[in-house]
Ligand binder design. Sequence first.
Ligand code: SF4
Ligand code: SF4
Length: 295
Amino acid sequence: MKQILIISGKGGTGKTIVTASFVSLAGATSNCEIVMADCDVDAADLHLLLHPNIKEKHKFKGGKKAIIDKEKCTQCGKCVEVCRFSAIETDSQLYNIDLLSCEGCGVCFYVCPEKAIKMEEQICGEWYISDTKYGTLVHAKLGIAEDNSGRLVTVVRENAKNVADKITADYIIIDGPPGIGCPVIASLSGVDIALVVTEPSVSGIHDMERIIDVTKYFGIPTAVCVNKYDLNTKNTKAIEDYCQKRNIKVIGKIPFDKIVIKALTNAVPVVEYSDSKVTKEIKSMWKKLTKIVVE
Ligand code: SF4
Ligand code: SF4
């Protein structure tokens, strides 16, 4: 079983469009079993194109937060003095924790002389196992203003792997989170290849370079795809030169085409919507990727 991660240094480069198209192409291949993992848990959107039917729903418990027992609290104010995050408010002599500001460090719990503070585990998201017409999708939703997205990515990855092992899947196709932080690192572990989807803008190049630094650091085989490459051929050339210097293959250059927006509006992967140049390029990339991972 091979794990293919589609990633981008920033959001909005077309990563999910490429991922959904790979899913469609892999699902269309006879005798090819796939499992999908949407690791963009902060802003999951792969489901919009894959139309999952949720079969299992699970709570995701993240870090702990402080809770004050008002019966025991003597309003001494010691917890307010030590809280570095200004998370403890006083309201008509009553002390309350602002859960959005509480970082769960536990300092107030240790200093409270009345043992009026307890640390409670919080439910900060949900994760799901769903059926799609292409195979099983494991996905998640992190609560608003919650952290621990790296841990939730790990939960999604582990469960996708469990499903894939059970059905002896050929591929796990992973829609990675944007950026270069903790969730990205969680999405990289154990993958056979990371495909970086970038665009030929100054910020696109900058973010691509940062994510390539991360994949190289962790020794992950990496390839690049330039989306909307023809919007700035000079920058596309700069991307190709950079990749050549770092010994990274540019396996696809997708042209700009309004057909992609039409496919998105119709909520289907673009490769199912039209037989345009975009579709041909994505098909060619999928072939190259699957060849690289078996070599
Ligand atoms: S330290 Fe304990 S007793 Fe003092 S104000 Fe805070 S919660 Fe109340
Ligand atoms: S756990 Fe830490 S951040 Fe939360 S209220 Fe207590 S001291 Fe402040």
